[in-house]
Write a new protein. Structure first.
Length: 581
């Protein structure tokens, strides 16, 4: 059978599976915390021509891409509403997404699909091509499987957020610069450093580098570290090359820098470029102010040194780590002379990761997502080298099967993936919260589960900005953590005969509450359901002590009527659904 045909099949099958799994994720998950704001902002950039909304939180590129399909839908923009005029971005986004003539699901899923396809095409292709050049056809096939079943990409690529954009442009910038420098320096070494190339080389090699760097800066403010990381890695590559040293192509580097600056300015429509510097300044300030974080049972606003190392380890499948370790061992045993592209696989992600450790804002593994593609490169290299041995083929195949099974076990809720070292996704809430596990995405599944139970109203403590009513959920809010006020429904959940209390995992761990013990009483109880590994559903119907805690929470949440209605259902220590009023 034709070798190229076999390779095509081995690459196409896992990528087709990746697309299927990603679409299932898109359809199953509710809007995460920031998606409404990003989508509304992106559409306003196109339709209103100004980048005023959300400009101090994130650059515009990913939001522009996400909102592109909305140009055909023409949703209402509400430019004269006070939410827009006064810059209340979360309130405006809530109105835009959930009060529009175009349905929320239609807009959100279209935006998600566009981003998923764009990042898969760009980053996926980059990882596969890079793996093939380093490890041949087997490396490319291995990279296809590793990328296709990477839970970080299955969950973050479809979301209307900026994290996958940063990971994509970071990787492509590193890869393309490594290739551009290698071409110049290798040709220079063969001709005593005289060859510097020409215009054709600049257009083929250096323009793409500049464009990717510029798009990286236009995607996320933490990409400010990209140029220093590229410069440090290039300098190290030059130092490690043998004497006589090749010439440094300063003219191409400066020209590529100009292309990067021009690309960033073009994304900001040139006249709005000052918003980039305003947003960067605000982000750098907020990063060092700290933010509430939860890590292995502890809380802090100043960060934990081991937060990102542990998060990266437990959120990445174990087979990936094993294969990456094998790749490093094989490379170390067979290294010769200049490290070459292997240096570029290691130094940039290491420097980026080191920079992340300095941040006091620790709310998600997604902030170190640019490291993940490089881990996959090492894993693919390890798989390819193992394939050279008969016993190694069995090991590589077994690890691949383990990877697929481990990821499918959490299908389609990949955002909640945790590996086996912590007991899998069911135990993830004990170690991390927020966007590592619970970003508000479980609301749709909660509504579906409650519907199966007959659709009774529930008491709901939700972490997220999505509208529960949009998914048909009847509820009384209890200590919501959101940037939009939710009044809930004029219902008495206890009148249904059941006292159902749903709590987001982030709230259960009291990440954003001043009283960190506020839900400790719930941790002593077993939920009747755990929705998407991120929302805990408790039945307190015959739990007098639990209901007393809930009544207190209702009072603290400014729901005295709901508290009195629940209290009235208890007579002589027995819950009676028909009692009270």
């Amino acid at each position: 059978m034709n070798r190229r045909y076999v390779l095509g099949v081995l690459v196409a099958l896992p990528l087709a599976a990746h697309l299927y799994l990603g679409v299932r994720f898109i359809r199953s998950e509710a809007a995460t915390y920031d998606e409404a704001v990003h989508l509304a902002s992106g559409y306003s950039y196109w339709a209103a021509g100004t980048f005023r909304l959300n400009s101090q939180d994130h650059p515009p590129l990913a939001k522009l891409l996400a909102a592109a399909p909305l140009l055909q839908m023409r949703p209402d923009l509400y430019l004269h509403h006070p939410h827009w005029l006064e810059g209340r971005q979360f309130h405006y986004a809530d109105m835009f997404l959930y009060r529009n003539r175009v349905g929320a699901e239609r807009m959100l899923n279209a935006a998600r699909l566009v981003l998923f396809l764009v990042w898969t095409a760009l980053l996926g292709a980059g990882v596969l091509i890079c793996s093939r050049r380093a490890a041949g056809d087997v490396g490319m096939a291995a990279a296809a499987v590793l990328y296709a079943f990477c839970p970080a990409f299955l969950s973050n690529a479809p979301l209307v957020t900026t994290d996958m954009a940063a990971a994509t442009w970071f990787f492509l910038s590193v890869w393309l610069l490594a290739g551009a420098l290698s071409e110049v320096w290798d040709s220079g070494e063969r001709s005593s450093g005289a060859a510097q190339g020409g215009v054709a080389r600049f257009g083929r090699r250096w323009v793409p580098v500049g464009v990717c760097v510029g798009l990286g800066y236009a995607s996320k403010f933490n990409m400010i570290v990209l140029v220093p990381i590229l410069a440090a890695t290039a300098a190290l590559d030059w130092v490690l090359r043998p004497i006589p040293k090749p010439r440094v192509p300063w003219k191409w580097i400066l020209a590529a820098s100009a292309v990067a600056a021009g690309t960033l300015a073009a994304v900001y429509k040139f006249d709005q470029l000052p918003r980039y510097w305003e947003g960067l300044s605000a982000t750098l300030w907020h990063t060092q102010q700290g933010r509430s974080a939860f890590f292995m049972g502890r809380h802090s606003t100043q960060g934990f040194l081991l937060y990102f190392p542990v998060a990266l380890f437990i959120k990445t499948p174990l087979p990936v780590w094993i294969l990456a370790a094998a790749g490093l061992v094989f490379w170390w045993r067979g290294r010769r002379g200049v490290p070459g592209h292997f240096l570029w696989w290691s130094v940039p992600p290491s420097l980026y990761f080191a920079a992340a450790l300095l941040a006091k804002t620790q709310i998600g593994y997604r902030h170190v997502l640019p490291v993940v593609p490089f881990i996959l490169l090492w894993s693919a290299y390890g798989a390819a080298r193992l394939w050279n041995f008969r016993s190694g083929r069995f090991a590589a195949a077994a690890l691949g099967a383990w990877l697929v099974g481990s990821v499918l076990r959490v299908h389609p809720h990949y955002l909640a993936y945790f590996n086996e070292t912590v007991g899998g996704p069911s135990q993830g809430y004990r170690y991390l919260a927020d966007s590592n596990l619970d970003w508000g995405q479980g609301l749709k599944s909660l509504a579906r589960e409650v519907g199966i139970m007959g659709g009774p109203p529930v008491y709901l403590s939700y972490f997220g900005s999505a509208d529960p009513s949009a998914y048909g959920l009847k509820y009384v809010p209890v200590g919501f953590v959101a940037n939009v006020e939710r009044n809930g429904d004029a219902v008495d959940p206890s009148a249904s005969g059941r006292v159902l209390f749903a709590v987001s995992a982030t709230n259960l761990q009291a990440v954003y509450y001043a009283d960190k013990s506020i839900f400790d009483w719930l941790k002593e109880r077993r939920p009747v359901r755990v929705i998407d590994h991120s929302i805990f559903l408790y039945d307190l119907t015959q739990d007098a002590q639990g209901c007393r805690h809930l009544i207190r929470l209702l009072e603290l949440s400014g729901r005295p009527d709901a508290a009195r209605a629940l209290a009235a259902k208890w007579k002589d220590g027995v819950f009676r659904s028909g009692a009270g009023g």
